[in-house]
Design a protein around this ligand. Structure first.
Ligand code: PHE
Length: 338
């Protein structure tokens, strides 16, 4: 047995521990020999005792020798692992053109005191239409048909839960939760049920603006929009306001900017008119202020809403709106350095 000690071998710390238990633990084979020792005849005790002690010592020695070898091996492989090595480079993505433009709009309006407010995309009839002065069966609702959501609340199944068709719903959320002066910008995704052509999208993005205070006038609205247009499209940009209709503003207008592609002389983009429409706006209808609990005799306000896709189109001359939602990196990468 003594001659076999040097042949004990283990490849891992676990294997080594198993060997230690096999030979040296309380129930180990060598310990068992020591237990048998008392049955040995007296005259053999001296010689056998020496041999047994030698066996135990050599086994212990071999086990600690193996332990050192295993520890050295672990250390070497840890040294081979170069923790300072630069990892393989990860390709950085780019920001989506719609996000770039949305952020630019927010940035421009923040310079004249607007802060960003958010509202839910899944809304109810009240906030999207009712409080914004849309009468229940009024044809103005047809201009903004949307998708309705079936939702069970207890035993009730309300039928007025819907995807918001414009960010004007955030106006009602803000006006009912804050007191004037209010000066907010509300960016977000909106939905329309408009499957009129293969190019039509069910969703797009808008940025809404709302300013409510004492003595807010149409001239303030025009000035803010002119400032925005010049900052966004260049100092030579002109604007024009055309009368329009929205249930929640009175008077209402649509705003055009001078075509930034031909400079106003007429091209295929502006259909030869020199102007392109970019937003709807107007003075907040007193009925809307009142439905949100704001005294319309004391306060007045203006609001506007623009489509982010449209502004991006003008800014970067993107021909096909579908490119915005196709996630094609060949398209998205082109905005890297913008
Ligand atoms: N909500 C309108 C739309 O989606 C735009 C708008 C906003 C008009 C604010 C006037 C005031 O067409």
């Amino acid at each position: 047995m003594l001659s076999q000690v040097s042949q004990i071998n283990a490849g891992s710390a676990e294997e080594l521990e198993a060997l230690r238990i096999k030979y040296l633990s309380k129930k180990g084979e060598i310990t068992a020999l020591f237990n048998e020792f008392r049955n040995v005849p007296n005259e053999q005790k001296r010689e056998l005792g020496q041999l047994l002690n030698q066996l135990r010592q050599e086994t212990e020695g071999r086990i600690s020798e193996l332990r050192e070898q295993i520890n050295d091996k672990c250390q070497m492989s840890a040294e081979k692992l170069d923790l300072t090595r630069t990892p393989d480079p990860i390709d950085l993505g780019t920001r989506h053109p719609l996000s770039l433009v949305r952020e630019e709009i927010e940035e421009i309006f923040s310079r004249i005191g607007f802060t960003v407010a958010q509202g839910p995309e899944v809304e109810d009839d009240k906030h999207v239409y009712g409080m914004l002065n849309f009468a229940p069966e009024h044809p103005a609702r047809d201009m903004q048909d949307t998708f309705f959501v079936e939702k069970e609340i207890g035993v009730q199944k309300p039928t007025d839960i819907l995807l918001r068709s414009h960010t004007s719903s955030v106006q009602t959320r803000v006006m009912t939760s804050r007191k004037p002066p209010i000066r907010v910008l509300c960016p977000g995704r909106v939905y329309r049920n408009e499957a009129i052509s293969a190019r039509a999208h069910c969703f797009f993005h808008q940025v809404e603006g709302l300013y409510v205070d004492k003595n807010v006038s149409f001239a303030d609205l025009r000035e803010a929009l002119l400032y925005f247009s010049k900052e966004m499209f260049g100092p030579e940009t002109k604007i024009r306001l055309r009368p329009s209709y929205f249930p929640f503003t009175e008077p209402s207008a649509e705003m055009d900017i001078s075509c930034n592609i031909c400079g106003g002389t007429g091209c295929s983009f502006c259909k030869g008119t020199g102007w392109v429409e970019i937003l709807g706006c107007g003075m907040v209808d007193p009925n809307v202020l009142e439905s949100c609990g704001i005294d319309s005799k004391e306060y007045s306000g203006y609001a506007f809403g623009m489509g982010v896709e449209r502004i991006t189109n003008l800014k970067y001359r993107v021909k096909d709106l579908r490119l915005f939602s196709e996630n094609d990196v060949r398209f998205l990468k082109q905005f890297e350095s913008c």
